[in-house]
Ligand binder design. Structure first.
Ligand code: GRF
Length: 220
């Protein structure tokens, strides 16, 4: 049986993409990245994908009449690649409800805060300004509302007295690179289910061929 295919959406540097690439290569993720889509032609993550021999598609929004057509093109590219899971990895656009519904229960995002605190943008700066002592990273299923889906995994990062947006972002990023591959691994092992908006992580099923069960989602 061929390994399950993963699609990754990026807009920038792609360090999370790199973490996923490395985890696939190391066998931590029981799947392969079949396609990387970027809306930014200059995204450095594209070079990472090419270096890893992963097919890429560049789909800039300005080449489409509007957001719906853009998302539809991305959806079609992912379907053509046969992906069973889509990972947002620094993809800086809000996806349409149609896109989210299409990939419901198989669309993950990584966010650099402890959701539900600090959804949206500039979250490291906002966490420092709010004076909170801890922030972190969250992997969650994507639902129509931004940064609001069921939480799979979080990592806590202390905020230090002399932290800047940049130093905090770097420490959070290091944790993102740890938890995103772990969450994808669990997903492909079929261990994630969503009940009443909460993710339950089941014990590993050691049965050969037990991988890849779609997590049933029960509403946002
Ligand atoms: C990460 O902080 C991620 O949480 C956020 O965007 C950033 C992407 O970084 N969604 P990279 O492109 O993976 O390096």
């Amino acid at each position: 049986m061929s390994e399950p295919a993963i699609g990754v959406l990026i807009s920038g540097g792609g360090t999370n993409l790199q973490a996923l690439v490395d985890a696939c290569r190391a066998g931590v993720i029981p799947g392969r990245i079949a396609l990387v889509v970027s809306d930014q032609p200059g995204a450095f993550g594209l070079q990472r994908a090419e270096k890893a021999g992963i097919p890429t598609r560049i789909l800039p929004r300005r080449e489409f009449p509007g957001p719906a057509a853009h998302d539809q093109a991305i959806l079609a590219a992912l379907e053509e690649a046969g992906v069973v899971l889509v990972c947002l990895a620094g993809y800086m656009r809000i996806l349409s409800d149609e896109f989210v519904r299409h990939f419901r229960g198989r669309l993950l995002n990584i966010h650099p805060s402890l959701l539900p605190a600090f959804p949206g943008l500039h979250v490291q700066r906002r966490a420092i300004e709010a004076g909170v002592r801890f922030s972190g990273a969250t992997v969650h299923f994507v639902v129509e509302a931004v940064d609001a889906g069921p939480i799979v995994l979080q990592a806590v990062v202390p905020i230090l007295q002399d932290d800047t947006e940049d130093t905090l972002a770097r420490r959070i990023l290091a944790q993102e690179h740890r938890i995103y591959p772990q969450a994808v691994r669990w997903f492909l092992q079929g261990r994630l289910t969503v009940t009443a908006g909460r993710v339950v992580i089941r014990e590993a099923d050691e049965t050969p061929g037990a991988a890849l069960v779609q997590p049933p989602l029960d509403g946002p």
